[in-house]
Design a binder for this molecule. Sequence first.
Ligand code: PGA
Length: 254
Amino acid sequence: MRTPIAAGNWKMQYGPHQAGEFATLLRGQLDGLRGVEVVVIPPYIALDAVSRALAGSTLQLGAQNCSDQPGGAYTGEIAARMIAELGDWVILGHSERRGYYGETDELVLRKAQTALAAGLRPIICVGERLEEREANLTERVLSAQVRGSVLGLREDQIAQVTVAYEPIWAIGTGRAATPQDADDAATVIRALLGERYGDVAAQAVRILYGGSVTAANIGALMASPQVDGGLIGGASLKPEFVEIARSIAAARPA
Ligand code: PGA
């Protein structure tokens, strides 16, 4: 059984002060919730404040990115091992990083290798654009992204990896994928993992859905047995995230 995940990607919102306060609120509602791993993912500069707010709770902490380099003279970058002093998770290859900052599959793979070497658990994002979906290229795009940014990892690393299916047209648009779309994409991703790592390993990898997840649609998305939780943006900045995390837990009764 895969324990589902409710991961809140705060993006470039909430500095240390507000982030610490909101993390305290979430802790009050979600500490000790069983059957789900709740992960809060604030901007780098708020990691320390949120780590203090969550210390001793079951809520976990992650970053939104890391350098592909283990350390050294890279102005403006943050090393995975620095993140690992405070948190356990890192989002890699989010479509906003791929799209606005030119991150390629090769770079995302290198970041994943660096993150894993530092003991972090990467959440590697993949997802197609609207034009690609409309041209029936979704499977081909997912296949290229998974091959390029995930399948280069070693067999002994894959258990630490989570993949997030985030169709670009669904992110921040209020137009979530249908449960069937999410199920289809997760099935494609799991099959690719199975070809490379074998079925047993592929069955153990968590595959999240992200893109306009709300308290209203998460139940239907979780109806797919292939979907192991959500990577939540906008709604993770609101108390609604509490409801979403509870619904994810309730969808997979132990
Ligand atoms: P959204 O973002 O929930 O605001 O659509 C999801 C994401 O980008 O991870």
